[in-house]
Design a binder for this molecule. Structure first.
Ligand SMILES: NC(=O)C1=CN([C@@H]2O[C@H](COP(=O)(O)OP(=O)(O)OC[C@H]3O[C@@H](n4cnc5c(N)ncnc54)[C@H](O)[C@@H]3O)[C@@H](O)[C@H]2O)C=CC1
Ligand SMILES: O=C([O-])CC(=O)C(=O)O
Length: 265
């Protein structure tokens, strides 16, 4: 299977490392903006020597796209690939918080008679939540807790010095839609939980900067006709990007391997 990888940062690089010996998965292209091309070429030379580094998904010869780039990449690269009939695996699930984008993705996939797969990424329990939804859900709450430095470059910095935080601090409370839009690199999981469950506007979200934690903690509490569950993930962040959990990479690799494996779980 010939694959185009969109994004070659923390997730993309770790993904290339993991799949470099997978015989069924050939990385044919790495798609990055012009300013990221040089760094991506160095990574590709080491981990995917057969890949071309390009600024758009090649029009021919690609069987599967995997996105690990950021919200803008969905409109820019995923929608056109779907329309051409190329299935896509998406990590930047928070992009679907933009009005109309879920519908556009569905329409593009229909037009191309293909599918877009939103990965679970850094969160677990998505299978249970999506199944529970069929019986009816009453509440779904998501709490994301990360060390203060993981919130740098986000609205969490407004009115506070993250380096000086002595206690856990709630930096956001609201809907999953608002969280995903305001924290595009930190709240994709909020969008994923909501899309699997009660939707972007009925899922309540709290985001916390906590100087007492080293890991990225994700908690989900869900209740409905199925019963209830509480889930806590204590994820190791990637050294290359403290905002991103290593599990996100494993989730993307699982999705890729699931496309070629004879038995899938
Ligand atoms: N679903 C989940 O659980 C999670 C999803 N994510 C998503 O994955 C994205 C990537 O995460 P990291 O690898 O940690 O980020 P990163 O910042 O380390 O790497 C981003 C890469 O994408 C490239 N890029 C940026 N905009 C692009 C565009 N429009 N088209 C093509 N390439 C582009 C950059 O040049 C860079 O190579 C995040 O921005 C977030 O949207 C991240 C963590 C968890
Ligand atoms: O990787 C994580 O821990 C979660 C994350 O950044 C996101 O949801 O965007």
């Amino acid at each position: 299977m010939q694959i185009a990888l969109i994004g070659c940062g923390a997730i993309g690089t770790a993904l290339l490392e993991l799949v470099k010996d997978d015989v069924g998965l050939q990385i044919a292209a790495v798609v990055v903006p012009a300013e990221g091309a040089e760094a991506a070429r160095a990574v590709a030379q080491r981990l995917a020597p057969g890949a071309q580094v390009v600024q758009a998904v090649p029009a021919d010869g690609i069987d599967l796209v995997v996105e690990a780039a950021g919200h803008a990449a969905i409109e820019q690269h995923v929608l056109p690939a779907l329309r051409r009939g190329v299935p896509c695996i998406v990590a930047s699930v928070g992009a679907l918080s933009a009005a109309g984008l879920p519908e556009q993705l569905e329409a593009a996939a229909r037009e191309g008679r293909t599918q877009v797969q939103l990965i679970a990424g850094a969160i677990g329990g998505i299978d249970a939540l999506a199944a529970a939804r069929i019986g009816g859900l009453s509440t779904v709450r998501y709490t994301g807790r990360k060390p203060p430095h993981a919130w740098k470059g986000t609205p969490a910095e407004q009115g506070r010095d993250l380096d000086a935080l002595a206690n856990e601090t709630v930096i956001f409370e609201g809907t999953a839609r608002e969280a995903a839009a305001q924290f595009p690199k930190n709240a994709n999981v909020a969008a994923t939980v909501s899309l699997a469950g009660l939707g972007l506007d009925r899922t309540t979200v709290r985001l916390i900067a906590d100087p007492a934690v080293r890991e990225n903690l994700h908690q989900v509490e869900a209740a409905g006709a199925f019963g209830s569950f509480e889930l806590t993930m204590r994820n190791q962040p990637l050294a290359a990007n403290p905002k991103t959990s290593a599990l996100t990479v494993f989730s993307a690799v699982r999705a890729l391997r699931g496309k070629v494996a004879p038995l899938v779980i």
